[in-house]
Design a protein around this ligand. Structure first.
Ligand code: SF4
Length: 296
């Protein structure tokens, strides 16, 4: 007798929208698998969660997950997510977007969300290129990789995303590749349980636009590359996590610290300011007398 058990991830997917638009060998689906398993392991109530994404191949994640989701405009996932969190502080808000969306068009929002320590989990699938819009160069394309807008090779300095997040003020920063499914799942679960701006970068293959254009083989070759060239360095200084073209990929959990979230800082400032105004209004302590005190 044969027994079949259903994949537990399935109930978190909008199967009516399948098959997905993702190309065979794309790493985004693997990242979603890790995310859903982390959510299940965390024991968190999915009905108290909202997932927000911008535009692009990774931006489609919000549409495929069976959670309250918000597929927003290009580069603006973080401001939409910030609004959701401020309007409903009880909600667990997750931003799920690609490197082009989050760090090029949305780069300004990214540094300010980290600076404010906005209480959001921000997951960035970094495939080193713009996928859906045609394989253009992004701030994370390493030099001298070929992109549709840099046919002779990328030449602009690249962003080191963990360092950008950490130096802007994020309270939790980590990076894994889609080869590291167990570590990635555990890190997402851990980050779901933290407060403040939590950033996880997931290095992922884009076989259609990045690997093919750079003659790097297919996704299986890229997984071998991740296996052979990743260096796990937990707590490492994020200045050392830069990615050079076909160089070592430093992975691990780099930052885990406690800072007041935007909401906590806002509440503390208001309490302090209102207290000062109250003293100003009633006068210094000497004047706090009973009504008949001081009457001759
Ligand atoms: Fe994935 Fe690249 Fe295809 Fe987009 S274009 S779905 S990133 S493989």
């Amino acid at each position: 007798m044969s027994s079949q058990c259903e994949n537990p991830v399935k109930k978190f997917l909008r199967t009516d929208r399948m098959p997905s638009i993702w190309c065979p060998g794309c790493g985004i689906g693997t990242s979603v698998n890790c995310f859903v398993r982390a959510l299940m392991d965390s024991g968190m109530d999915p009905s108290g969660m909202a997932i927000v994404s911008g535009i692009g191949c990774t931006g489609r994640v919000a549409g495929y997950l069976n959670l309250d989701s918000f597929h927003t405009t290009h580069g603006r996932a973080l401001p939409f997510a910030t609004g959701l969190k401020l309007a409903n502080p009880e909600l667990n808000v997750v931003v799920y977007s690609g490197d082009g969306d989050l760090t090029a068009i949305g780069g300004n929002h990214f540094i300010h969300a980290a600076r404010r320590n906005m209480d959001l989990l921000c997951i960035c699938v970094n495939n080193l290129t713009y996928g859906m819009t045609g394989g253009q160069v992004t701030p994370t394309t390493p030099t001298p990789a070929i992109a549709s807008t840099t046919p002779y090779g990328a030449y602009e300095p690249t962003f080191n995303l963990p360092h950008l997040a950490a130096s802007s003020g994020a309270s939790f920063v980590a990076r894994w590749t889609v080869f590291h499914v167990r570590q990635l799942t555990r890190t997402i679960e851990e980050a779901l349980g933290r407060k403040g701006f939590r950033f996880i970068e997931i290095i992922s293959p884009c076989p259609t636009l990045f690997l093919r254009r750079n003659r790097l083989g297919d996704s299986v070759d890229e997984m071998r590359f991740y296996r052979d060239n990743s260096e796990i360095r937990n707590q490492c200084d994020t200045r050392e996590t830069e990615i050079a073209y076909r160089g070592k990929i430093v992975v691990g959990k780099f930052v885990d610290r406690t800072r007041p979230t935007w909401r906590e800082a806002h509440a503390a400032r208001h309490t302090e300011a209102l207290g000062a105004r109250f003293i100003q209004w009633v006068g210094p302590e000497d004047d706090l007398r009973a009504p008949d005190e001081g009457m001759a």
